[in-house]
Design a binder for this molecule. Structure first.
Ligand code: NAI
Ligand code: 15L
Length: 266
């Protein structure tokens, strides 16, 4: 059954823009939002410009939606002020809006940076404790926990998806272990919205990979099968990119370079 109205936050961003084309048929109506304008609006879309830090605006945004693909927020290491607004207050506003409106199902774009300080020789699953690699990763841990609170207290279902690296193709050797294709991301979004019972699982958003860092065996019930693999680009990357030093962040930690970022100041 089709969704009635799907809200896509962060609609002007990289994944939000992809979501518009990949998810166009998933809902009768698509509501888009971002703090900056999107590049035009198509058939079943409407656009509402708003800041996730604005509680009243977020409530209006969520009202009338039966599903939310939450891609909005700060997506890399930034100042605490920016992260606080988009990812801390922003998710609080989202979940409060969900609670007081129709309790929509939520796809929460979390990140591998919630677990970025695990070493590249460690294997994780949905129950591995977080080990964030910065303010950004810690803000996503907060979002994952808030989602769980609203599931336990109010029955709001969320897919807490620790996205690896979602780009047209892997950009470096690290991404051979973390790459998620657009096709696999959006088939996951669809499964999360279509399955009768979702719950509040942690899911690793990664296409097929040899690395085996992340075990998704707890979410077999979703029926999600990634079809793409980073292996397609291994030869190309290993030829074009020299192997880095053994003590480089990319070699040591799953979060790669994010583990070496400073605390950004205003
Ligand atoms: P992006 O930075 O291109 O898009 C994020 C959008 O959120 C931007 O358009 C920005 O204007 C908007 N935004 C930021 N703060 C806001 C606020 N306070 N109020 C309203 N809108 C605000 O990021 P991208 O790559 O599209 O990622 C989407 C989501 O997926 C993010 O939450 C990111 O953390 C997560 N993610 C993405 C990964 C990737 O590989 N692309 C990997 C892991 C997580
Ligand atoms: C993320 O969380 C970022 O949003 C994205 O820009 C990538 O850097 C990705 O992680 C990654 O780890 O490659």
């Amino acid at each position: 059954a089709k969704l009635k109205r799907l809200l896509i936050t962060g609609a002007a961003g990289a994944l939000g823009t992809q979501a518009r084309s990949h998810l166009a048929d998933l809902a009768e109506e698509i509501r888009l939002s971002d703090m900056v304008p999107v590049a035009g609006v198509n058939g079943n879309e409407e656009f509402i410009q708003s800041d996730l830090g604005d509680a009243a605006a977020v409530r209006d945004l969520v009202d009338g939606c039966d599903a939310v693909a939450h891609f909005g927020g700060v997506s890399t290491e930034k100042t605490f002020e920016l992260i606080e607004r988009g990812n801390i207050r922003g998710v609080y506003n989202l979940y409060e809006a969900a609670r007081v409106t129709g309790k929509p199902r939520i796809f929460f774009a979390s990140s591998n940076h919630t677990i970025g300080f695990y070493r590249t020789d460690e294997r994780l699953d949905a129950f591995t404790p977080p080990m964030a690699d910065g303010l950004y990763g810690a803000s996503k841990v907060y979002g994952e926990q808030l989602a769980l609170v609203y599931w336990k207290k109010f029955g709001i279902e969320t897919a807490r998806v620790r996205i690896g690296s979602c780009f047209p193709k892997p950009r470096n050797r690290r991404m051979l272990s973390t790459w998620l294709s657009y096709r696999d991301l959006f088939s996951l979004v669809e499964r999360c919205f279509i399955v009768p019972r979702l719950g509040c699982p942690v899911i690793y958003g990664v296409s097929q990979t040899r690395s085996g860092w992340w075990d998704n065996s707890h979410v077999g019930y979703l029926g999600w099968e990634p079809l793409d693999t980073s292996e397609t680009w291994r030869e190309e990357l290993e030829t074009s990119e020299p192997q880095g030093p053994v003590d480089a962040p990319d070699a040591l930690y799953q979060g790669g370079g994010f583990t070496a970022e400073p605390i950004h100041q205003e």
